[in-house]
Design a protein around this ligand. Structure first.
Ligand SMILES: Nc1ncnc2c1ncn2[C@@H]1O[C@H](COP(=O)(O)OP(=O)(O)OP(=O)(O)O)[C@@H](O)[C@H]1O
Length: 685
């Protein structure tokens, strides 16, 4: 006998009180040991063919679906609610795709005047004819809908669905069908969603079935799955995610996609997959900051709860942290130069040459983005180096003058035995590359890699097709100028794939945030990340973009937003107030205080800078103080030494607002003092 569990079971388990969860899990473990359920009180549910109820305790019931040698843990709830759930479901293999589905049974109502609506608690089929304009699916044929996994019982109801009700299809239809229809209703093509047809195969192993059903191989696996805080991502991957995780790649590969489409989840599963496949593997799972690495490590622990040996083959570190450790081991602890030490050296060189027509800012950028980044070590090499990403051309005389400054900086750093990050990566790429302990490197947030990091990774993965895997979104690049990965030896062309299902942000928030970015962004190698066709799996309130007369009024407005979020289901720690820079932090604190919280208390809403929230998510987010003179940040723009780089710096400021807005799951408020940042017009458009 085979035991499976469904995502509906873990979802329902998560909603029970803790003692009830414990009892339900014990009954589930009994079923794992004996899927026939001998010794348990089981009853066939008359009105729901194939479904059985198992008495857990009192009136708590597990709903099982049994067919042949298969037992499925389908749902768990109190008696009446559990029966109510089962009586409205059928478990059937889709006639066209072969994927096993839970199909909600539509109720047919004969009364003609009832307006068709999917948003009702139960679907109501009527005989009224909808007007095509507001009914996006009215012209679809049966075949078109069956091809994407719509159950036959729902064909008519789908045709009668209004545009405003489309996102609610997720609550009623199998996810593959809802995704396809949502994309179609928002301008996409159904042809892009035609499901794999595997009618003769086991319907539970169809790629679409695996996003809702999981076979349990042993009690440890079931215990790990049920003990987790019901993290769906740990088990139920989207077929597009699973394909990227399990594929044998012929070179460096990359997963892209809008914020919240599960790129981090894919990176994490990929790392575990590599470690699982090969006992000799040692995987570095890395990202750009220590806090994100810590979050990744927490998720790794959830995912490998029942696989301690696999866990031991994955090391999670921020990339700089990993490089520092590797360098220290190979060459001794480095003494790192700070940006201000480099700036001081540039200033000293310029002071000695009052004739120079280059600014200290320009020279610092040139040092940072070109000379140090590419480890240029001589004037001749500087004359040759392609100044990728730098738009202002330098003539020979200017390069010679600039080199005199850089030579001075290099000498001063050497005298003081100071090392820069590019030097660390440079030495690792040459002297230590044969001794790296990692067989594979999986990089999350890869859009913010620096040149030296990318060069190092290219060297680390050289000659091994599966060694490098990247996850990132070009629309979230907020730290560095773009450069060609291919020229450095990381060629993901033909191996870059975009995820299209957004799990984090509501449809309304995603649509607003997407307006900040072009529909497609290409990197320097011509690899495109497309946002078109992305769908969110749930609905929420329309985000607000509010302009206030002054700071006091804005603080009061944000305080009200926080209060509302906290009284409508969010815990205070699930609410965040984000600002562009340190100068705006006091406004965030004032808003939190006015909402009745102590900003110093850890259980209060989170206050953070936009730069620090990459990879995080909150139930509700207020992005405040987006004033005209705060976003784009004038300091940042002033620091751009090369006027020609201004447009790129503007883009990164825009990306920053995109990152901030897409941290929100359900509620988003963006605010400013009038007239507000120019970016807000795009959000509102
Ligand atoms: N297959 C899945 N099933 C359910 N939830 C998922 C799935 N994949 C991802 N998620 C959830 O979606 C949310 C976003 O995932 P993740 O952080 O991986 O997205 P991302 O694309 O890396 O986002 P960002 O670009 O903002 O960093 C998380 O809450 C994650 O648990």
């Amino acid at each position: 006998m085979t035991l499976l569990y469904a995502s509906t079971f873990t979802d329902a388990l998560g909603r029970l009180a803790a003692p009830e969860q414990k009892q339900a899990k014990l009954a589930a473990f009994d079923l794992q040991l004996d899927p026939r359920g001998n010794g348990l009180q089981m009853h066939r549910i008359e009105k729901a063919p194939g479904f059985w109820s198992v008495r857990v305790s009192g009136d708590l019931r597990i709903i099982l679906y049994k067919e042949g040698e298969t037992t499925l843990l389908a749902y768990v709830d109190h008696h009446d609610a559990a029966y109510w759930w089962a009586e409205r479901k059928r478990v059937v293999a889709h006639e066209r795709t072969g994927a096993m589905q839970f199909v909600e049974m539509p109720i047919v109502v004969d009364a003609a005047p009832v307006v068709p609506t999917i948003s009702a608690a139960l679907p109501i089929e009527t005989k009224t004819k909808p007007a095509p304009a507001s009914y996006p699916f009215s012209a679809l044929t049966d075949d078109q809908m069956l091809d994407v996994g719509v159950p036959r019982d729902w064909l008519k109801l789908v045709r009668e669905t209004k545009l405003d009700d489309v996102v609610q299809l997720y609550a009623k239809l199998p996810a593959e069908a809802a995704e396809a229809l949502t994309d179609y209703a928002t301008g996409g093509r159904l042809e892009d969603h035609i499901a794999v047809k595997a009618v003769d195969a086991d319907p539970f192993t169809h790629p679409d079935a695996q996003r809702r059903f999981r076979t349990v191989d042993n009690i440890e696996e079931l215990r790990a799955a049920l003990d987790q805080p019901f993290e769906k991502w740990a088990v139920f991957l989207h077929p597009a995610q699973r394909a990227l995780v399990e594929r044998k790649w012929s070179g460096p590969a990359r997963v892209a996609g809008s914020a919240g489409t599960g790129k981090t989840i894919v990176a994490l599963h990929r790392a575990v997959h590599l470690a699982r496949e090969d006992e000799g593997a040692h995987v570095l799972l890395t990202t750009f900051s220590k806090s994100l690495a810590t979050a990744l490590e927490g998720k790794l622990h959830i995912l490998t709860e029942a696989e301690i040996a696999v866990r031991s083959r994955v090391t999670v570190r921020a990339l700089d942290q990993a490089a520092y450790e590797l360098f220290s081991r190979a060459f001794g602890q480095p003494n790192l130069a700070t940006a201000s030490q480099v700036q001081a050296a540039i200033k000293a060189a310029l002071d000695a040459d009052p004739e120079s027509c280059m600014t200290a800012e320009f020279l610092f950028d040139e040092w940072d983005e070109v000379v140090d980044a590419w480890q240029v070590s001589s004037e001749a090499a500087y004359a040759e180096v392609p100044r990728i990403g730098r738009k202002t051309r330098l003539g020979l005389r200017q390069r010679t003058a600039a080199w005199a400054v850089f030579d001075f900086v290099r000498e001063r750093l050497a005298q003081r035995k100071l090392t820069t990050w590019p030097e660390i990566y440079g030495q690792l790429s040459t002297a230590a590359i044969g001794k790296l302990p990692f067989t594979h490197i999986v990089v999350d947030e890869a859009q913010d890699l620096t040149v030296p990091q990318a060069r190092f990774l290219a060297k680390a993965g050289e000659g091994r097709s599966e060694a490098l895997f990247f996850a990132g979104d070009l629309g979230q690049r907020i730290f560095h100028l773009p450069f060609s990965w291919a020229k450095l030896g990381i060629d993901v062309r033909g191996r870059s794939h975009c995820l299209k299902v957004c799990y984090r942000t509501s449809h309304q928030i995603r649509v607003s945030a997407d307006r900040l970015l072009p529909a497609t962004i290409a990197d320097m190698d011509g690899v495109e990340d497309g946002r078109r066709g992305t769908v969110s799996v749930f609905d929420g309130p329309v985000p607000s973009v509010s302009l206030f007369a002054d700071q006091e009024a804005e603080i009061a407005g944000v305080a009200k937003f926080i209060e509302t979020a906290c009284t409508t289901g969010a815990m205070a720690s699930e609410v965040a107030v984000l600002v562009r820079g340190n100068a705006q932090l006091k406004r965030a604190r004032a808003a939190i205080s006015m909402a009745g919280f102590d900003p110093r208390n850890a259980a209060s809403p989170v206050i953070a800078l936009m730069h620090d929230v990459k990879g995080l998510e909150f139930k509700s987010v207020a992005v405040m103080a987006c004033d005209e003179d705060a976003l784009p940040d004038p300091e940042r723009l002033r620091a751009v030494g090369d006027d020609a780089d201004l447009a790129t710096a503007y883009d990164t400021e825009r990306h920053l607002l995109y990152v901030a807005c897409t941290r929100a799951r359900d509620g988003l408020m963006v605010s400013a003092v009038r007239p507000g940042s120019e970016f807000l017009d795009d959000l509102r458009a």
